[in-house]
Design a protein around this ligand. Sequence first.
Ligand code: NAD
Length: 373
Amino acid sequence: MKKILLCKETDERETRTALIPDDVKRLTAMGFEITAVKGTGAKSGFSDEDYEKAGAKLASSNEEGLKGKDIVLRILKPESVKGIEKGALHLSYLDPFNEKKLLGEMAKAGIQAVSLEMIPRTTLAQKMDVQSSQTSLAGYTAVVNAAARLPKILPMMVTPSGTINPARVFVIGVGVAGLQAIATAKRLGARVDAFDTRPVVEEQVKSLGASFVKIDLGEMGQTDQGYAKELTPEQVKKQQEAQAKVCERSDIVITTAKVFGRKAPRLIGKDVLDRMKPGAVVVDMAVSTGGNVEGSKLYEEVVRDNGVIIMSGDMLERQVPYDASKMLSGNFTAFLTHFYDKEKKELAVNLDDEIMKGCLLTKDGEIIHERFK
Ligand code: NAD
């Protein structure tokens, strides 16, 4: 397995590419043969010429390029399995909890489908972790977007004309996105509060110079993969009440609270939004999985009657496609390198490897992953 197709993303909103020319060069030197579909890097700052210079051949479309390729790289799940060779290793996000039909079709077509979201969160796999690489950029962008929309500045300013107090930012959910949001807001000079249901987070929040909002919700914790456990409805209610006061005094609220494979908890309701300051900005980064904020809309900005702005916080990494592609490309390259058999000079799908076992969902006509069988 060494013939790689780098697809062009077909969703108009997608701005990133799965592989940048520097990594094409690296992988080609190892022995991979890479074909890039024309225009793959057009929105992220990489021309077809850059890919050719790096050693890639060009194809004029995904359909044409798929012929004879045993490895397919793309970011978003395929629209259809048509044209993908039997036995090919297909790497992309797959949204496997919601895409049972697609998984079945991929299995039936004999494709070996890797789901990027299922790459295990181990130290060894960290460099392949697309969730982390993209989400941290999104956390940064959420704060930059909110700051640009806020009718205030973030830092304190003492001038002969008067003193401006620092803006207050509240980050709910301190995983990868939340940590980056805190760090960005601090760099811009804001006063930052944060909360997460995983108690281990308190130290991390403090080390970034932010305050941890203490809410006693009884038993909370995390899974062995570091994800939050789902709260009971009573716990969510208690959290909503305790957070309300912090929301009211905040200029920016960034919500990132997610529970892996489940609907996101609703944390800010209409009653709290009604009491927030006019012009305050809320960014809902869980908007695509149910939303932490009542009334948030995917890809849309909502301006409420009281002047509070709710921004969609989904896929914000697409606003920084140059860096987002660079990091994604690093993740794909790390994966391909890890499974490269130096003697055979090709990629080997090794199911004894914990990483492959964790993220390969279909093989030999079947769904093989325990969680999706
Ligand atoms: P995520 O996107 O699933 O969730 C975002 C955050 O929301 C999490 O911190 C979660 O605890 C929090 N949350 C859930 N319900 C909440 C609620 N009701 N109120 C407030 N917060 C709530 O999580 P993530 O960003 O992917 O990361 C989770 C953890 O995994 C982090 O500690 C991260 O550092 C760790 N991680 C480890 C690795 C690795 O070891 N390779 C890689 C990536 C992330």
